[in-house]
Design a protein around this ligand. Structure first.
Ligand code: FAD
Length: 445
């Protein structure tokens, strides 16, 4: 059996490793367009900011070591150009321009997502970047090393944009964030985002909310961004971080079904409209477990989980279905942690679903024990059944464990009673006998 995988980072590398573990004899070929495989995308902002000091620490595996360890045929700098479904082969182009065909029995697509670059005047000026991979990271790093960057503009106040704002600020750069929506961090409601706004401003980050960049102009070393409000902001570096789109070109060109959320359509076995071609990760769309509607979810956890499931299904001995992801995400924004899971009030309103919310502001651990910090936890739930829809949490300490435990309840279609029944490990430095999760349940009850 010959398995061919396109994309060698989160989903693709996981699937390759799992395939080898369940099939000692199979031929496994992994194609990666870039120079690296299995690297930590999520660590890239922290390498730019100097928190992760060594570049090599970004690489979970090198192509050579990974290939040797698992007996995989890894071909980096090899872009898959097209899929010929009737002959079950792909066309590959190496960095040196050589092109060739390769046969597959089962094909897996894990080509990720592409950063959205708006067609604005001046968007391709030197000093304007997006951040998606190691190549982008090296380009940003090298620009910072060779230019006097004193000011930066981050366009887009999502998780990556704000992580970058913090990391550029750590380098002594004055940062302005421009966000088209009236708030940063789209997965949380406005009421929660305001805590983040205040914190960013306290740290000296400029915020231009509800404003969009209309054009960019470069004069000498200075870039100036014109906003739709008429304002102009100057900087030496601009990072565009306004979202990503599923990378569906290969699939669409091969006439595989693309769904309404613009991702590759897969069934519960992560199989595309061609039974010998599977797809996972940022490139796919999948029904949201709570709304039943297809959506795209650009997170590393689901991509890794899908990598393992899809390997089993491609092999065929144990068939597993993918349960879907509810969008559990977290980010460190200076001293704050911001996390969300499931559906916010904003999202429920958009969906036209009835909901109620409860917000509690307890301490992160027992107030009588030193260094307890206020923590804001908001839950959304069905007004009659009490079924939980979502939770958002902002605070300095203990945000992650609260969101993680609520996410498990939501994934099991639990409700506010389950919040009250949650068991949390408690001692004064860690929590309170009445933990914030339980407290949210008591208030909602
Ligand atoms: P990727 O890991 O992006 O891999 C796709 C690979 O396919 C790429 O290397 C690409 O070069 C290759 N490829 C594409 N087309 C072809 C082709 N035609 N031929 C050959 N190769 C091809 N998620 C979190 O959950 N938490 C975080 O903190 C977090 N932080 C992030 C920070 C940054 C800066 C970025 C960019 C992403 C972050 N993510 C985070 C998202 C997470 O990295 C992705 O969800 C995850 O990597 C998706 O896995 P994937 O396999 O679908 O795609």
């Amino acid at each position: 059996m010959r398995y061919v995988i396109v994309g060698g980072v989160a989903g693709g590398a996981t699937a390759a490793a799992r395939l080898r573990r369940i099939d000692e004899k199979a031929e496994i070929i992994l194609f990666e367009k870039g120079q690296n495989i299995s690297y930590a995308n999520c660590g890239l902002p922290y390498y730019i900011g100097g928190v992760i000091k060594e570049r090599e620490n970004l690489f979970v595996q090198t192509p050579e070591k990974f290939g040797q360890l698992l007996n995989l045929d890894i071909r980096v700098q090899s872009e898959v150009l097209s899929i010929d479904r009737s002959n079950k082969q792909i066309r590959v182009r190496e960095a040196n321009g050589r092109e060739y065909n390769e046969h597959y029995d089962k094909l897996l697509l894990s080509p990720g997502a592409l950063p959205f670059v708006p067609p604005l005047p001046g968007v391709d000026s030197p000093g304007v970047f997006t951040l998606r991979n190691v190549e982008d990271t090296d380009a940003i790093k090298s620009y910072l090393d060779t230019h006097k960057v004193k000011r930066a503009i981050v366009v887009g106040g999502g998780f990556i944009g704000l992580e970058m704002a913090e990391n550029l600020h750590a380098l002594g750069i004055a940062v302005n964030v421009v966000e088209m929506a009236p708030q940063v961090m789209a997965p949380v409601d406005f009421s929660m985002a305001t805590i983040v706004h205040a914190h960013l401003q306290e740290k000296g980050i400029g915020l231009y909310l509800g404003k969009a960049v209309k054009s960019i102009e470069r004069q000498g070393e200075v870039l100036s961004a014109s906003l739709d409000s008429g304002e102009k902001i100057e900087a030496e570096l601009i990072l565009l971080s306004i979202g990503v789109r599923p990378n569906t070109k290969l699939a669409a060109d091969a006439q595989l079904a693309i769904g309404p959320a613009r991702g590759i359509q897969v069934n519960e076995y992560l199989q595309t409209s061609d039974p010998d071609i599977y797809a996972i990760g940022d490139a796919i769309e999948y029904p949201h477990p709570l709304t039943g509607k297809p959506w795209t979810n650009f997170l590393a956890g689901p991509a890794n989980r899908q990598g393992r499931i899809v390997a089993d299904n491609m092999h065929g001995q144990t068939i597993r279905s993918y349960e879907g992801a509810i969008g559990t995400a977290i980010a460190k924004i200076f001293d704050l942690t911001v996390a969300a899971t499931g559906l916010s009030a904003k999202a429920l309103k958009r969906e036209g679903l009835p909901y109620e919310t409860v917000t509690v502001q307890p301490n992160s651990h027992a107030g009588y024990y030193p260094d307890a910090y206020p923590l804001t936890l908001k839950i959304t739930f069905h007004p009659e059944t009490g079924m939980l829809y979502g939770a958002q949490c902002v605070g300095i300490e203990g945000v992650d464990k609260r969101i993680d435990s609520i996410a498990q309840i939501i994934k099991r279609k639990g409700g506010i009673t389950d919040l009250m029944q949650t068991e949390q490990a408690y001692a004064p430095p860690f929590s309170s006998a009445k933990d914030p999760v339980a407290l949210a349940g008591y208030v909602a009850d």
